[in-house]
Design a protein. Structure first.
Length: 209
């Protein structure tokens, strides 16, 4: 391992494939329905949810963790009805909304201000460490790993197998958090999105010179 990089892993001790007892943060559902309505319109969004018997998600605002299986079902419903490209776009938007919620309600303002004045790589290392401590709230039965270096790499081995569409959710979340807290010009690029039976969504974080 190079001197300027480090690797950290946090794992939820449940197997992949979305076991019924795995939980995930409620924004995964709330913000995905919001994004679906904005992209497709309320009428089409409602029709899609009706076909998947998920109309209960309309105006659904749980305050506690929700079953990961519910998010899995929603992701697969969108993927099946809208295709990979549009479903990924909706989930990316959902991730952005989720990140903004976290910035507003979950990540202390003092911590955000501190990271803004630190060197980018140090700030990113601290942010990712903080994320890793709560990773189970967004990866459910999966795992989150990262390696900080000149090109920082993030990996979510998701419990949701969706032909890569769920990678949009994680990508939108990471991108918004990093751009809002550290550098608005930072880029988070997806480098691998659930190829075949591989559940991993992989990203690289790049800062300008």
């Amino acid at each position: 391992m190079s001197k300027d990089s480090s690797a950290h892993t946090i794992s939820h001790p449940t197997p992949l494939h979305t076991p019924s007892h795995a939980r995930i943060g409620p924004n995964a559902l709330i913000q995905t329905v919001r994004a679906l309505q904005e992209v497709c319109g309320v009428a089409q969004a409602t029709a899609i949810l009706e076909q998947g018997q998920q109309t209960h998600l309309i105006d659904y605002t749980p305050t506690e963790m929700v079953p990961e299986a519910d998010f899995n079902a929603l992701v697969l419903l969108l993927t099946g009805h809208l295709g990979v490209e549009q479903a990924t776009h909706i989930l990316y938007l959902s991730g952005q909304y989720t990140a903004r919620y976290l910035l507003q309600h979950r990540i202390p303002r003092l911590f955000q201000r501190l990271l803004k004045v630190l060197p980018h790589r140090l700030a990113l290392a601290l942010l990712l460490f903080a994320i890793s401590k709560h990773a189970w709230t967004f990866v459910g039965s999966g795992t989150f790993t990262y390696r900080v270096g000149k090109a920082t790499r993030l990996t979510v081995a998701s419990g949701i197998h969706s032909n890569g569409t769920v990678c949009g959710f994680y990508g939108g979340t990471f991108t918004t958090l990093i751009q809002e807290i550290i550098d608005v010009e930072a880029q988070v690029q997806a480098t691998r999105c659930q190829v075949g039976e591989d559940s991993r969504c992989e990203y690289v974080v790049l800062f300008g010179s």
